[in-house]
Design a protein around this ligand. Structure first.
Ligand SMILES: [Zn+2]
Length: 408
């Protein structure tokens, strides 16, 4: 579990933290370059040697993995006094980060790790004693840094890691805490709700609720444009330009915070209503390459789904993802295929006359699939509220029919 607290380092401490970030960045880029060159030197065949690859690494040189790189780092400290400035464990953590990026690429199909222009954070990976005192946090090398404990660390939890993060608005400490008590995994129970995330509505639930999509990003585009324009007019390299850039960065941070808060609010709202939640597993990466990229990324679905999973776990709500394949083309009532393209906003089944909003129908399919995976019947799961639920659906159907009638 991660708690984030505001830090108020002194001017000296802040300057040192910045210097650390710079050194960490260089270690990161060096480690990345080492691995990249090794991989590049193994890529070309002997009969088709690329003219571009000037690095020729001997055949018997082993791949610079985490273990070899950390050993090399320890050796490099003898010749490079700069590396000694930063805590040894913090640097090792940077190498682990590089390693993680490569593992991510191989296992989950991420992109080739990129060089970093700037690093935003560094991490103290372990603490022997509790570093948090009254209004201060005791960090290796920095001694005591002022911290605002706006919420206490819950009893029974110990501090595992502390990540120091530089944001546009200042410094933060992300404190990872851990408890000895293992939370029991949530068993499927209670009322099932399926959700569908979409562009027209942020979330549609199988109960017929449509949550409006937040337009933080689009709304703030205007402001961002204004701020960027102002920054562009300032003299290059001047203090005023720097200030203008800081304003842009702070605005980005503000939008990100707003979005996160919104995601938490929706996740809690959903947990209020359900004992089981089902969502589609989406291929956001593939979708974002299309023309709607900006809006899709704006909605921040992947962040929402991970926040939802986390909130569900804390609130004791069962959460599962189901296959999204063809879910918008299926009738939730009779299961027959109803083809409709994106412009059709209503689901109207020719087989069983079931009418619902398109996104609602999809979320009902998601719910049905989730229940099927658990071996629970839909009627059985929704049965507890049989007297109220169908009525609600009937009302909705009536409304939908009226709307359709008006349209004709
Ligand atoms: Zn049907």
């Amino acid at each position: 579990m991660n708690f984030e607290y505001r830090l108020y380092p002194t001017a000296d401490q802040a300057a040192e933290m910045l210097a650390w970030l710079d050194i960490c960045k260089r270690v990161y880029n060096y480690a990345l370059a080492e691995r990249r060159d090794w991989i590049a030197s193994r890529k070309c065949r002997i009969n088709a040697c690329s003219l571009k690859h000037e690095y020729i690494i001997p055949v018997d040189t082993p791949y610079p993995d985490l273990h070899k790189q950390s050993a090399a780092l320890t050796r490099a400290k003898k010749t490079n006094p700069e590396l000694k400035i930063v805590d040894a464990q913090v640097l090792q953590q940077i190498l682990r980060q590089v390693d993680g990026a490569f593992v991510n690429m191989q296992k989950r199909g991420g992109g080739f790790p990129r060089f970093k222009k700037r690093l935003k954070s560094f991490c103290f990976p372990q603490f022997k004693t509790n570093p948090i005192g009254i209004g201060t946090i005791k960090l290796p090398h920095f001694k005591y840094v002022r911290i605002v404990m706006h919420r206490p660390i819950p009893e029974g939890f110990t501090v595992k890691q502390v990540r120091i993060v530089k944001k546009a608005s200042g410094w933060y400490a992300v404190v990872a805490i851990q408890s000895e008590v293992v939370l029991p995994t949530v068993q499927p129970h209670g009322f099932p709700i399926g959700i569908d995330v979409g562009l027209n509505h942020f979330v549609a639930t199988s109960e017929g609720e449509l949550v409006e999509r937040p337009k933080f990003f689009v709304d703030s585009q205007h402001k961002l444009k204004k701020l960027n324009r102002r920054a562009a007019k300032k003299q290059k390299g001047s203090k005023n330009q720097l200030k203008a850039f800081q304003k842009v960065a702070r605005h980005h941070e503000h939008v990100a915070n707003q979005r996160k808060q919104y995601h938490y609010a929706i996740a809690h709202k959903l947990c209020d209503q359900a004992g089981m939640l089902f969502a589609e597993s989406l291929n956001i990466k593939g979708m974002a390459s299309g023309m709607l990229a900006k809006h899709i990324l704006d909605a921040g679905w992947s962040q929402f789904l991970s926040i939802l999973a986390w909130v569900c776990k804390r609130r004791g709500v069962y959460f599962a993802k189901v296959s999204a394949y063809g879910s918008s083309q299926e009738c939730p009532e009779c299961g027959s295929e109803v083809c409709k393209d994106l412009s059709v906003r209503m689901h109207d089944c020719p087989e069983c006359d079931y009418i619902a909003h398109r996104d609602v129908a999809t979320s009902q399919v998601v719910r049905n699939r989730g229940l099927a995976a658990l071996g629970i019947g839909v009627r059985e799961a929704c049965g507890g509220n049989e007297s109220t639920r169908p009525k609600k659906q009937e009302i909705l159907n009536r409304e939908v029919r009226m709307l359709l009638a008006q349209g004709q």
